[in-house]
Design a protein around this ligand. Structure first.
Ligand code: LAN
Length: 615
């Protein structure tokens, strides 16, 4: 907003500053995520943000943040993604940013390292940043920027030798080191970009990148895939189309979709919301708990049903060869986001099937549209039998050697995930039970290969590693459902028995489960200081899906969940729930509301009748 001279409304300034003040660590800095220790990446960018929001150099929040930043070595240690922003603002020189050449997008797509083969979240970030880097887009220096320049380094700005800091990343920020191969390639590419590449080729590549960017904007109603590429696109729109352009105006109109005003102030979400995902699970929880006969809940389910109907993606994109087929699928948030996600599609499909085929809701979504959904899912399966997030895997894991980001691991290509795979498998099973005539053999084959993938991913200790929430309890909750969908439970499957043994070994004296987010980072089960209702809900549901014969551990877990429910009906916020890229945590504040209800409901459906029969 600062670069494009988009005024920040006064309430936003106040609330964003309040958010940063409430979320600052004791050392004055901020981390990569809500609970993380301070890094140069976060502290440096938030420092600059506070200053641009008008907070004075001498104010406490800013003074403490500056001390923290300089204590961590100053902004030269910023990872590449942060350096790009500083360079756009003229607070860092482009010669100190490793190259992101636009030329990449002119290469033929059969090349094994072509950007179309990268994970879409990564690809969409390097598209606009290639434009910004290759054209050295820099905001004009003004008084404020000139001041801030002098505040973020341990030496005066003029004394920083930026060219020497291309590969510098502070120890606090280095989750992975950039490969020697890439450092070598960077120097060749920099030479090409700086000295050899003819101007006409730069113009051609700029035009190509511009077309691809406009396509992304058009296809997402100017939201773009996520806030990271959205912000870069908005700056590109200024440089390509000018300050008064229609394109920039449309970007401005779509800023607020990412902003979230909560009790701590205003922040940005990782997406334009969690609408489809939360709706699909809330529906499943209500159905699981047998609440659909309650008139209030039924009215709310009817509205959810309408939302599921209007959020389904109804067509494939004809103008974008890089995009996965999406007809009949569901996105994570809203239809305007437009990107199909395998497990969002699966959970959406399950919710619609429950409502329409099991509870007698009207057929808003026709069988033909449900069949489109299944076709799209089947086309997303990977060669290893698993399912990725947005697309089929298109490149080799060797591409990780070309990952230029210091802060994110395993982001270069799509991988198969246990959670996504199970979600799809269970959705296919439910679909086949209701519509047995559509591609029954393909579905059977896909299910067989999917469960094979899940089985192969089980760890020797019986658990599965979770990629999208914390962590082993989450993935194990999914994985046992994959076996259940194939008729395999405690009595018939060794894998399921080992999964139960793992979970039982982690149950705590108070009956709950509590997993700390560092499980994701360190890839081993790490206890939280306290039991967590969300982990507990996943663990007891896993035991129930597994058909674990003894209800006692399940009951003890549910007792903890019930005891923590507030008189208002809600559960209070506990530790952060989600994760991406192994290291970055992300909140899912509704998990504590619907997974708890789902667990309680599942028990009342499965066990209570048996107990009542026993008298
Ligand atoms: C690269 C950066 C920092 C971009 C912004 C963050 C995005 C990459 C994150 C934010 C939310 C996020 C974790 C999400 C997902 C992918 C990565 C996202 C979009 C997906 C869709 C992957 C599949 C998962 O099963 C699930 C559906 C839970 C999540 C939802 C949120």
């Amino acid at each position: 907003m600062y670069i494009t001279k988009t005024p920040v409304p006064a309430p936003w300034r106040i609330e964003m500053t309040r958010y940063l003040a409430r979320r600052a660590n004791a050392d004055g800095g901020w981390g990569l995520h809500l609970e993380g220790r301070s890094t140069v990446f976060a502290t440096g960018l938030y420092y600059v943000m506070l200053r641009l929001l008008g907070v004075g150099k001498g104010e406490g929040l800013v003074v403490r943040a500056r001390e923290c930043l300089l204590g961590l070595g100053g902004a030269t240690g910023m990872p590449q993604w942060g350096k790009i922003w500083l360079a756009c603002l003229g607070l860092y020189k482009w010669e100190g940013v490793n190259c992101v050449p636009v030329d990449l997008w002119l290469l033929p797509s059969w090349l094994p390292f072509h950007p179309s083969r990268w994970w879409v979240q990564c690809r969409v970030v390097y598209l606009p940043t290639s434009y910004l880097w290759s054209n050295r887009c820099t905001a004009p220096l003004d008084d404020l920027l000139a001041e801030v320049r002098e505040e973020i380094y341990t030496t005066p700005y003029s004394a920083v030798d930026f060219g020497r800091h291309r590969h510098t990343a502070a120890p606090s920020d280095t989750i992975r080191s950039v490969s020697g191969l890439l450092i070598f390639l960077f120097s060749i590419l920099a030479f090409w970009c700086n000295y050899l590449r003819p101007q006409w080729l730069l113009r051609l590549a700029n035009r190509r990148v511009g077309e691809l960017m406009r396509r992304e904007e058009r296809n997402t109603d100017y939201n773009c895939l996520a806030p990271v590429n959205k912000a870069f696109h908005m700056v590109c729109a200024l440089y390509e189309d000018g300050p008064d352009s229609e394109r920039l105006r449309r970007h401005r109109d779509r800023l607020a979709v990412y902003l979230w005003l909560g009790p701590d102030g205003m922040t940005s979400g990782g997406t334009n919301g969690v609408q489809l995902w939360d709706t699909a699970f809330a529906v499943q929880a209500a159905v699981e708990a047998g609440l659909a006969s309650d008139p209030t809940v039924r009215a709310s389910l009817a509205k959810a049903h309408h939302f599921l109907d209007i959020t389904q993606l109804r067509d494939d994109l004809t103008d974008d060869p890089f995009r996965q087929g999406r007809k009949g699928g569901w996105p994570f948030s809203t239809r305007s986001n437009g990107y199909v996600v395998s497990d969002c599609t699966a959970e959406g499909l399950k919710a619609v099937l429950m409502l329409q085929k099991e509870l007698g809701f009207p057929a808003l979504v026709s069988d033909a549209r449900l069949a489109d959904c299944v076709d799209t899912l089947l086309a997303m399966q990977n060669a290893d039998g698993g399912f990725g997030s947005y697309e089929q895997t298109r490149g080799s894991p060797l591409l990780e050697y070309l990952n230029p980001a210091e802060v994110f691991n395993d982001v270069m290509i799509e991988y198969s995930y246990v959670e996504c795979t199970t979600a799809v498998l269970t959705a296919l099973a439910r679909f086949r039970a209701h519509i047995p005539g559509h591609r029954a053999r393909d579905i059977e084959g896909a299910m067989r290969r999917a469960v094979g993938f899940v089985a192969a991913r089980q760890r020797p200790d019986g658990a599965w590693y979770g990629s999208w929430a914390i962590c082993f309890t989450y993935a194990t909750f999914f994985a046992v459902q994959a076996f259940e969908a194939r008729g395999l439970q405690y009595g018939s499957s060794d894998e399921v028995r080992r999964a139960c043994a793992f979970l039982l070994a982690k149950q705590r004296d108070d009956g709950g489960w509590g997993e700390h987010y560092s499980s994701c980072v360190e890839k081993r089960y790490i206890e939280h200081e306290t039991s967590q209702v969300v982990n507990t809900a996943w663990a007891v549901m896993a035991l129930m899906h597994a058909g674990y014969p003894d209800p006692e551990p399940v009951e003890r877990g549910l007792k903890l969940i019930a005891d923590r429910q507030q008189p208002s009906g809600e559960w209070l916020q506990e530790g952060v729930e989600g994760v991406f890229n192994r290291t970055c945590m992300i909140g899912y504040p509704n998990y504590k509301l619907y997974f708890t209800v789902m667990a309680l409901g599942m028990y009342s459906r499965m066990y209570l009748p048996k107990i009542q029969n026993r008298g």
